[in-house]
Ligand binder design. Structure first.
Ligand code: SF4
Length: 401
């Protein structure tokens, strides 16, 4: 079966059909927890179906009716669907649903993917495009904010939609990518020789077919001034079955290739996600995490410590902790900035330095990422800097030669 879930950017007629029919050993194996979810909810599906990423996408929940087969929905969640058709669509893979508690509306992962009525409340500080990305779009599919690097949006599709998505104005709504757009975007990158770093994003680029991914990577790699390629994705977290050996063999041909993986909560650190990340790391792909700080989901030191330490165990280096962008309908997700500083203060000194992400605000209006740190520098006397350590003890550093 070939579900028509995504916009194919290339004419497939000349491609081999079904490149993902791999031997069993190439698939991400199913945990006991996933297997019991499969047998409870999918009468006619097999373990092999579950391990096929295309089956996962074809069987994702996209409607209220389907979602209510898996979760006991609250009044609030049900009501939010009255206007959902005009807003950001719903989509959750069966695998990610298996991680969510059926009868708990406060389950942290559930709150990131199931809409509530607050999503339809728009405050005056919120904007559809708070980072002014559209103004930094010289050609369709490219966001060019910093001189030496660009974001390359190759699809508007994700296997699971996060309700707080910064790009919800594009993602899930429009076909933001077709072959002409891809070719124009690549020409733009070719002509602008100051670009040395391309971040392939969307939507989720790893929802494209293997040959589409290879097409884009090979075109970029042929451009002499492109030094590094990065892929931004949530696939290893919401659809780990997609990390097939075939895909990894393609990715590793285009080094130096980095991957930024979107994690939210330690409940995402499952056996399947571990296999997916280890497979990518074994292929020499440096993995970094990106996490959005979300109210009543991951906004405390204990949760964040568990997530960051857990990421290191699966070979993902915590990279960014983002203050949630003020997109329309996001007030129930946003915390005060102090909360992020409190979390960084609760990590620094109390766990490995490798486990500490950079806390940043993507500045509204398009000024780029601005790092924020708790106050460790507290002043100076004639010859010394006065510095505060993680235990709030003051130390003097002789700052003279
Ligand atoms: S995976 Fe990324 S692009 Fe897709 S909905 Fe989530 S935040 Fe948006």
């Amino acid at each position: 079966m070939k579900p028509s879930f995504t916009v194919s950017i290339i004419d497939k007629s000349s491609q081999d059909e079904d490149p993902l029919q791999l031997p069993q050993s190439d698939l991400i194996s199913t945990s006991t927890k996933s297997h019991s979810f499969l047998t409870n909810y999918f009468d006619n599906a097999t373990k092999e179906d579950w391990e096929d990423w295309r089956w996962q996408i074809a069987n994702s929940a996209t409607t209220l009716d389907r979602l209510s087969d898996f979760l006991d929905l609250s009044e609030d969640e049900i009501k939010s669907f009255d206007s959902l058709k005009d807003f950001f669509p719903l989509r959750v893979t069966p695998y990610y649903l298996s991680l969510i508690q059926k009868d708990n509306p406060n389950d942290p992962l559930r709150k990131t993917v199931v809409p509530i009525i607050n999503e339809h409340i728009h405050s005056s500080v919120e904007k559809e495009d708070p980072l002014n990305e559209d103004e930094h779009t010289p050609v369709e599919g490219i966001i060019h904010r910093y001189p030496d690097r660009v974001l390359f949006l190759v699809t508007g599709f994700c296997s699971t939609y996060c309700r707080y998505c910064t790009r919800s104005r594009l993602v899930g709504h429009k076909n933001i990518c077709n072959i002409d757009c891809i070719e124009n975007a690549i020409s733009y990158i070719e002509k602008n020789t100051q670009i040395r770093d391309v971040i392939i994003s969307g939507g989720d680029p790893l929802t494209l077919q293997d040959f589409e991914i290879e097409y884009i990577l090979s075109k970029l790699r042929r451009i002499p001034h492109i030094e590094i390629i990065r892929i931004g994705t949530k696939v290893p977290v919401v659809l780990p079955q997609r990390i097939t050996t075939n895909l990894v063999n393609i990715l590793k041909k285009y080094h130096p290739l980095f991957m930024s993986i979107h994690f939210t909560h330690f409940n995402e650190l499952t056996e399947e996600t571990k296999q997916a990340c280890e497979r990518l790391a074994d292929a020499g792909i440096p993995l970094g995490s990106q996490t959005v700080l979300l109210k009543d989901i991951n906004d405390n030191v204990e949760t964040m410590t568990k997530l960051m330490q857990g990421l290191l165990k699966i070979r993902v280096k915590p990279y960014y902790l983002y203050q949630c962008d003020p997109i329309l309908g996001s007030s129930h997700f946003r915390t005060k900035v102090e909360k992020g500083l409190e979390i960084i203060k609760g990590l620094r000194g109390f766990t490995s330095g490798y486990a500490i992400p950079n806390f940043v605000i993507d500045s509204p209006g398009g000024g780029g990422k601005i790092p924020l740190l708790p106050e460790y520098f507290i002043g100076k006397d004639e010859n010394n800097l006065l510095l505060k350590n993680y235990e709030d003890k003051i130390f003097k550093y002789p700052d003279y030669l």
